[in-house]
Design a protein around this ligand. Structure first.
Ligand code: PLP
Length: 459
């Protein structure tokens, strides 16, 4: 085992060390599919040989997503300590269900959760569930919301389900993340329960329209979904005003802050999410801007009792569940799962509050540098670069501009210097740049700007 783990670690470390020079993207998916595709083995294989075969099959299809010039989606590159901690979590093979199964895994989540609340400026009394990501955190937050607003209406949704229950109204901005809709589907609320609220020019919720939508229906079970960090523009809703309005109408407020919540950790940008602590539940990711390994998300709830009521269960053979002190499994939809707290604890310990603030500040400054460099080269920046997201357009406002933007995108992706994705924002095509990797430097941005402008000239 020792030799095997050492080799696995050395292989991972070599991959990571090569990232600054590795072209993005890697080889084509067909080759990866062929490398893995073989008949079910009938006989056992020695572990060392399995490792060799796995490395050989995977190598070609590994993306440089943790590298410094990957700007697609919103992805980080796992910090060194957090990567090592994740390897330990696998090596120790601990189950984070409850303290009986692993006191260390439970304690690490408890401690990391406390640090997170402090960093994000959220109430110290809130509960934190260590889930897979923003999607799961949205589902958990909205499950707590569902429990609470229906309990207030005299309905026990955990016991009686939704058939015959008072209709739950969900109010959310048109610029909400698509995972909100999936969470509503999973929770049986249905996407038709959604009442959309208009957005402003940069994609933040229009609070006057929120006021209108809230006032348009009779009081009843209501959930308001707000957002910190629009996935195209980085825009953050005016949380203080919106939460105040929602609470005036008796609504539960859930904030999807998958990456934008981290603005709170940087004193220079905390104003973007001012008032966030007044909400009732929050979703945040560890594997995006905090640069923790996959998968890592945080489902945070201001009322631990509601969080537990929505998610926990008991069984005769279990210990610890249902007690006043929630076990990790009382706060997540999973039962047995990996000990995610080790990597979170390690990453936060490595960076410290100052390091997280610096990481956020640096990525935002690099996004501004990107926008400046591209604009100087003739590209059009379409969003107000408030955070780490940049929307870029090449060509005119019409279909010709859409086509040219897509051609530039394709050329950049083929070139391999850097990778960014495309998006459709308000009916038009854009290049979408997200800067969220802890190792990206000014030189990486300058090299990437040059590559994009080169592609634009060729198109
Ligand atoms: C990424 C993202 C999500 C989904 O998070 P996962 O970690 O991919 O599950 C939800 N909301 C927003 C705003 C996001 O950016």
């Amino acid at each position: 085992m020792a030799a095997l783990l050492a080799r696995a670690a050395a292989t991972a470390a070599a991959f990571r060390a090569g990232l600054p020079d590795r072209p993005v993207p890697a080889a084509d998916p067909q080759r990866s599919a062929a490398a893995f595709d073989r008949p079910l083995p009938q006989a056992p294989t020695p572990p060392a040989q399995v490792l060799d075969e796995l490395v050989a099959a995977a190598e070609d299809g590994l993306m440089a997503t943790p590298g410094p010039r990957y700007f697609g989606f919103v992805v980080g590159g796992a910090l060194a300590s957090a990567t090592a901690a994740e390897m330990l979590a696998a090596g120790w093979d601990q189950c984070a269900f409850n303290t009986a199964l692993s006191p260390a895994a439970s304690a690490a989540e408890r401690a990391a959760g406390r640090w997170l609340l402090e960093l994000l400026g959220l109430p110290a009394t809130a509960s934190v569930g260590f889930v897979t990501g923003g999607q799961a955190a949205n589902t958990v937050g909205l499950a707590a919301a569902r429990h609470h607003v229906l309990a207030e209406a005299g309905w026990d949704v955990e016991r009686d389900g939704l058939a015959g229950a008072p209709r739950v109204r969900v109010v959310a901005g048109v610029e909400r993340h698509a995972t909100i809709d999936r969470s509503l589907r999973l929770l049986g609320l249905g996407s038709a329960a959604l009442q959309p609220v208009a957005a402003d020019g940069n994609g933040a919720i229009d609070v006057r329209d929120l006021q209108r939508v809230l006032a348009a229906a009779a009081p009843g079970p209501t959930v308001v979904c707000l957002q910190a960090g629009n996935v195209n523009t980085g825009a953050c809703d005016d949380l203080r005003t919106a939460i105040g309005l929602a609470h005036d109408h008796g609504a539960w407020v859930h904030v999807d802050g998958a990456f934008g919540l981290w603005a709170a950790a940087d004193p220079a940008r905390a104003h973007l999410v001012a008032g966030v602590e007044l909400a009732d539940s929050w979703a945040c990711d560890g594997h995006k801007w905090l640069n923790l390994p996959y998968d890592s998300g945080f489902a945070i709830c201001s009322r631990p009792g509601v969080h537990v009521a929505a998610l926990s269960y008991t069984a005769s053979y279990l210990t610890g569940s249902g007690s006043a002190d929630p076990a990790p499994a009382d706060l997540t939809p999973e039962s047995s799962r990996r000990a995610r707290g080790f990597a979170a604890w390690a990453g936060l310990r490595e960076l410290g509050a100052g390091g997280v603030a610096a990481l956020v500040a640096r990525c935002c400054a690099l996004a501004v540098r990107f926008a400046g460099g591209l604009a100087a080269g003739g590209a059009r920046i379409a969003n107000d670069v408030v955070l780490n997201q940049v929307l870029v357009r090449f060509g005119d406002d019409g279909e010709a501009g859409d086509a040219r933007t897509d051609r530039v995108l394709e050329a950049v992706q083929r070139d391999g210097t850097c990778w960014m994705g495309g998006t459709t924002w308000r009916g038009r095509r854009y290049m979408r740049i997200a800067v969220s990797n802890a190792t990206t430097t000014e030189a990486d941005v300058d090299r990437s700007v040059a590559a994009v402008l080169r592609a634009a000239r060729a198109c």
